[in-house]
Ligand binder design. Structure first.
Ligand code: FAD
Length: 509
């Protein structure tokens, strides 16, 4: 062979220009390596999903006439390291050129770049042809401005790509953002969409992964595996989402319901992040549903904002701040994660449901990630690095470029307010308003002190008291600090004592 092309596990896009015409001089290489299974402790389903999707992709390429070399996790020639495998394969095929698509993780990008620079054969990086924006485009858009606002970038993207814009150049419906109409709790109606996700049996692959010694956590669900593993399945799932859930996506975007992990969310993040789907086709289909009168503008705009806005924006934040973003810790938080992050065994019903669900399905929707698990972690002062590792390991869609800014920035405020303008925290009242968790919880959402008091309440006030020097001048927190200053001193003391007691026994909550 003349040339090798490396395809990473999150680059499973059959529409990439690489695959337009089979070329017998080119061998496509996919590899399952311990380097990639072991950089963090992963959920079993994440390992399974990526390997199964890679295997499917290799099969698809072969059927389309391309040459493929697939290095399985138990292949005797597998050196379990990407560049060592590549060096051996280049020699084996006598190839003179290696290409790879631009990686999305800084870690992999650096690894390939530094290794590639010292080779005698030519090494080329090509576009992954996936995102709307280049790595540096968000940073260029904001220029020297210190505070970046997602909303400004999002409007720019709407105009630039003509998404939800009317012919006069105004946003459809006369407004850019309809969140005001969203954010309702869900109380059993409308009915949830039927579960039409594909079912796969991966017991064989799971056995191979285990025998190779790969460590993991969470339920593998190997016999009843639900994630879309190729573009055809992802397209069918997208279609199902648009038909059955998108109309209600907006209204219930922030709602939470015990035992109902999906509600009206799309669960498209795995298919998007592995590039089976292009973000623009998802955005266009959502827009078409609005234009056909099938889904209201508030739902469609809210959904599109997540993909055209947030997803591109956080990627820009990632590349603007790597390396180093992963160790940010603006609030100096250092507590280890309570043991129940790995078991779900806590009596707090919201945490039990959100973590239990994550361990069972490798999934939790945005508000569970942000306003339950992340909220607790921030209030309790958990080490943001450890929180980051947990999120990176547990979710099916977790790839560092999107997970890290969401966790360290948006959720843990560990970047000191680069990504979010204020910390996303709340006491029990927000969780109670948006969910049915508190009704059957052993803790009392109304009590702030005492054995039965919901831990979120005292921790909330302790958080703001603890970080007063850093946060009190933030204009978006003026009301919070006003309320704290008005709280009688003996109440302040009782709240802080209650928080100290809670923090001393986190494992037992
Ligand atoms: P939906 O609610 O149906 O949204 C549609 C799509 O919009 C998603 O598939 C996703 O591609 C995109 N999207 C929505 N919110 C965001 C966001 N904040 N940032 C980037 N894209 C977004 N998303 C990941 O893809 N990978 C992660 O590792 C990840 N980690 C997160 C960690 C924390 C602490 C928080 C608060 C959020 C995280 N998110 C992450 C963002 C978001 O929670 C998930 O994208 C979403 O829950 C995936 O489920 P869904 O496909 O059903 O999303």
């Amino acid at each position: 062979a003349r040339a090798l092309r490396l395809i990473l596990g999150d680059q499973l896009n059959p529409l990439h220009s690489w695959f337009e015409h089979p070329d017998p001089g080119v061998v496509h290489v996919l590899m399952e390596v311990r380097q990639e299974t072991d950089y963090v402790l992963h959920h079993a389903q994440k390992i399974l999903a990526i390997f199964a999707a890679m295997r499917d992709f290799a099969r698809h390429l072969r059927e389309a006439g391309h040459r493929v070399r697939y290095v399985a996790i138990d292949d005797p020639s597998n050196r379990q390291d990407m560049t060592q495998n590549l060096a051996a394969l280049m020699a084996h095929y006598g190839a003179r050129e290696l290409s790879y698509q631009q990686p999305d993780e800084w870690r992999v990008s650096e690894n390939l770049r530094t290794w590639g620079a010292s080779q005698t054969f030519s090494v080329r990086e090509v576009d992954s042809e996936h995102f709307y924006t280049s790595r540096d485009e968000v940073a260029e858009f904001f220029g020297p401005r210190r505070q970046w606002l997602m909303e400004a970038f999002y409007r720019h993207m709407r105009q630039r790509h003509g998404v939800l814009m009317d012919t006069s150049g105004a946003p459809m419906g006369g407004r850019w953002n309809f969140d005001h109409d969203n954010r309702e709790p869900w109380q059993g109606t409308p009915l949830l969409p039927p579960d039409a996700r594909p079912v796969h049996d991966h017991r064989g692959l799971w056995e191979t992964v285990r025998q190779a010694g790969v460590q993991s956590f969470g339920n593998p669900q190997a016999g009843e595996f639900h994630w879309p593993l190729n573009r055809a399945q992802a397209l069918a799932w997208l279609d199902h989402f648009i038909q059955s859930a998108l109309p209600n996506f907006g209204a219930y975007e922030d709602a939470m319901s015990a035992g109902n992990p999906r509600l009206f969310h799309s669960q498209l993040s795995f298919a998007l992040n592995t590039k089976m789907l292009h973000p623009d086709e998802v955005v266009r289909q959502a827009q078409a549903a609005y234009e056909a009168g099938h889904a209201p503008l508030a739902a469609v705009e809210g959904f599109i904002r997540q993909i055209l806005g947030w997803r591109e924006y956080v990627r820009g934040v990632y590349w603007a701040h790597m390396p180093g973003y992963e160790t940010r810790n603006a609030l100096g938080h250092a507590r280890p994660l309570p043991a129940w992050f790995w078991t779900g065994q806590t009596t707090m019903r919201c945490m039990r449901d959100a973590i239990g669900n994550s361990l069972e399905n490798a999934y939790a929707h945005h508000i569970q990630r942000l306003m339950v698990i992340g909220n607790f972690a921030l209030l309790a002062g958990l080490d943001p690095g450890a929180v980051h590792q947990w999120y990176l390991g547990v979710y099916i869609d977790a790839f560092e470029w999107v997970e890290l800014p969401n966790t360290v920035g948006m959720s843990q405020f560990a970047d000191g307010g680069l990504l979010g303008t204020k910390p996303y925290v709340s006491s029990a009242s927000y969780i109670d308003r948006m969910s049915d968790y508190c009704q059957a919880c052993p803790y009392d959402r109304k009590q702030r002190t005492g054995d039965r008091a919901c831990p979120f309440n005292a921790l909330y006030w302790d958080f703001f008291a603890r970080h007063q020097p850093l946060l009190q001048d933030n204009r978006r927190l003026a009301m919070v600090y006003q309320q704290w200053r008005k709280t009688p001193e003996h109440v302040q003391t009782a709240l802080r004592d209650q928080a100290a007691l809670t923090l001393s026994r986190l494992d037992d909550l």
